[in-house]
Design a protein around this ligand. Structure first.
Ligand code: MSP
Length: 647
């Protein structure tokens, strides 16, 4: 047992619709983190739940002719059931309609009132009901064709409101927040997301409206029940109330002292502002320590759009579980989608991963090893005193694979950790083939037993490392080696020291660990506009002096994201070496995926005049090869310094 505690949270979801693959993704990340820490023998508390108050829920319930409480009560079980189906190992499911939560919010607001952090005024401006956010439309508002203002986060129409409201003195926390970010550069992971937060705070914070007079479905505002608490001020407090805040009993106080502050708070980029600005300011005001880390991920996309119930493009995780199996979907989401970027959810990729990674690479390795060993009478596998050179090399690789995996999992870069682990699995397969154990079984039984022992040790380490991702499958893999995970044990030193001295009792599997999936189609593929070959315009000849006016430079594409409100544009952040970082917009979103570009070294026109598109500045241009049918990045082969001139 390791004496550390670890408190992990997910966002609490609006129960205005059932969970979908997007919300599953966040919850799954938190589950993997929770299980990862449990694997290290830590004392883990994992909280998820539902955010049940506010205008959005009130309106949805009204539209169905239901009381809001009855409406949320009808949806919440779908969340609990789905999380249970997906083996989400939450310890607490919090609902913001729980009495203890309402008491915590009331206690928190009273504290702020006492110290003068709250005052009454009037809010007049714009509000996004789907996001439950007050929106500052600014000088460059996004509008639809009818001229209505749109929300910069979800692109839906904003409502104009003017109403009396209680305000929280957020502006008073500007300097304290900036100091905190400076002293805690890893507060937000990945770090680039913190830069956006810092820029937002530096631009100046306005006081925050924290009550609604025109919304009745909420917690009554302490001292003025004609208002309800603004839903975000209510919801953020769930992280406190879930572990006992606001309760007077000694048990609750001890519970709170044990778990707070949170260690890892998982969320997508849409709600970073609430968690990295408002939330720390609320905590500072309440005199409480701040969370240690916000782990922020990108969106799961369908086509080019964020997967969301309201856009009608969301996959039902229940259907996917039925077709492919829960843990296959868990693996795919963690392996395929880079945490720091948006990622495409695609059934073909999912099927391909199950076939290649799970059924072929891992499943077959286990199956072949067990069959060969048991068919040759080897059911108890003991480790040799010393290993032959090739097995010793595999053992070193096993150790190294663990170190790399450990590092990436700790950073939250699960997809990189898994890619590295699969590299190791391929190497174990290659070792197995190179040793030809089916020949050794007859010719050299001692070496045969050693090879089987080496593969069993590798599989044992692999299954332990993969347990947070595929808990049931890895439990049965371990069982077929005669092993069982003992939760409460700290597996970190065990994996690190990698002794390879264990013995294994092999059992035949009743059924293969992974089966090849059938092909399924969920929704009609979005028709992609046919790309007609551009007519070749007559291009006039130029002299070398004309060409010399164009500054071509090598750069690395660090990130690539779709631009909100545009189907065509990507926003790239490009490292141009000595020319610095550049934001470059490129109109290729319908023809290239972000992963075609991210991490690639490319050629850019560096001296193009900056210009604005969709309110964003683009400074430079990316060169691409276009044959009318397909587009390809002009990838620079090999490592060239960013900023090198192309002549
Ligand atoms: N209720 C607020 C959160 C309050 S937390 C104190 C809320 N709820 S939500 O139901 O809209 O969920 C938002 C969260 O769901 C995102 O931050 C993200 O964690 C997850 N996701 C929803 N759709 C998603 C994708 N398509 N992709 C990735 N995450 C997704 O905001």
């Amino acid at each position: 047992m390791n004496n550390k505690k670890c408190y992990i949270t997910t966002p609490i979801y609006y129960p205005n619709a059932k969970p979908h693959v997007g919300t599953l993704y966040s919850t799954l990340i938190a589950d993997v983190v929770a299980r990862w820490h449990r694997l290290m023998g830590e004392d883990v508390r994992f909280v998820t739940g539902t955010d049940e108050h506010g205008q959005k829920i009130q309106e949805k319930a009204e539209s169905l002719g239901l009381a809001p409480q009855a409406f949320v009560d009808s949806i919440v079980p779908a969340f609990k059931d789905m999380w249970n189906k997906y083996e989400i190992s939450f310890d607490t499911f919090i609902r913001t309609t729980d009495t203890a939560h309402e008491q915590a919010v009331t206690a928190w607001i009273k504290k702020l009132q006492e110290q003068g952090d709250i005052y009454k005024s009037t809010y007049s401006g714009w509000y996004c009901v789907p996001c439950e956010t007050f929106v500052n439309v600014g000088s460059d508002p996004i509008k639809n064709e009818q001229g209505q203002y749109l929300c910069p986060t979800c692109n839906r129409s904003l409502k104009e409101i003017e109403e009396e409201s209680y305000f929280f003195r957020l502006s008073a926390y500007e300097d304290k927040l900036l100091k905190f970010y400076e002293e805690h550069p890893d507060f937000v992971t990945p770090r680039e997301r913190l830069h956006e937060v810092v820029a937002f705070v530096k631009a100046g914070l306005k006081d925050l409206s924290i009550s609604r007079k025109t919304v009745s479905w909420g917690i009554p505002f302490p001292g003025d029940p004609s208002h309800t608490v603004y839903v975000w001020a209510d919801a953020l407090n769930n992280y406190l109330s879930a572990v006992g805040y606001g309760q007077t009993s000694p048990e609750a106080q001890a519970e709170f002292a044990k778990w707070w502050p949170a260690d890892v708070q998982v969320m997508a980029k849409d709600i970073v502002r609430f968690h990295a600005i408002y939330w720390p300011a609320f905590l500072m005001a309440a005199g409480l320590p701040l969370p240690k880390k916000l782990l922020v991920h990108g969106y799961v996309l369908t086509g080019q759009q964020k997967m969301s119930k309201s856009l009608g493009n969301a996959y039902d995780p229940g259907q996917l579980a039925e077709w492919y199996g829960v843990e296959q979907v868990r693996y795919y989401l963690m392996r395929q989608i880079p945490i720091s970027q948006d990622g495409h959810f695609d059934l073909k990729d999912l099927e391909e991963r199950i076939n290649a990674d799970l059924a072929n690479n891992l499943g077959n390795l286990l199956n072949r090893t067990l069959t060969l060993a048991l068919n040759n009478g080897l059911s108890t596998v003991n480790s040799p005193a010393t290993y032959e050179a090739t097995s010793a090399a595999l053992r070193e690789r096993c150790e190294e694979a663990y170190r790399l995996y450990w590092e990436e999992m700790n950073k939250g870069y699960f997809h990189i950790g898994l890619a590295g682990l699969w590299q190791f699995i391929s190497e174990v397969n290659a070792y197995f083939h190179a040793q030809q154990p089916w020949v050794l079984a007859k010719k050299n039984p001692e070496l045969f037993a050693e090879v089987i022992a080496a593969v069993c040790h590798s599989l044992n380490a692999i299954a332990t490392m993969l347990w947070p991702i595929m808990p049931s499958k890895m439990t049965s893999l371990l069982a077929s080696l005669g092993k069982r995970l003992e939760l409460g044990t700290n597996y970190e030193p065990i994996l690190r020291e990698n002794a390879w001295t264990q013995s294994f009792t092999l059992t035949k599997q009743d059924e293969p660990l992974f089966v090849r999936p059938e092909t399924h189609v969920l929704v009609e593929e979005q028709p992609v506009a046919p790309v007609s070959a551009p007519a070749q315009p007559a291009v006039p000849e130029i002299g070398i002096e004309d060409f010399a006016k164009v500054q071509l430079v090598v750069g690395t594409i660090l990130s690539c994201e779709p631009v909100k409100g545009s189907e065509k544009l990507y926003k790239l952040q490009v490292d141009l070496g000595k020319l610095g970082m550049r934001q470059i917009l490129s109109g290729v979103a319908q023809r290239l995926k972000p992963e075609d570009l991210i991490g690639k070294q490319e050629v850019f026109v560096a001296n193009l005049k900056p210009r604005k598109m969709m309110g964003l500045e683009s400074h430079g241009m990316m060169l691409l090869a276009d044959n009318g049918e397909y587009l390809r990045p002009i990838v620079v082969d090999g490592k060239i310094d960013n900023g090198s001139t192309v002549k």
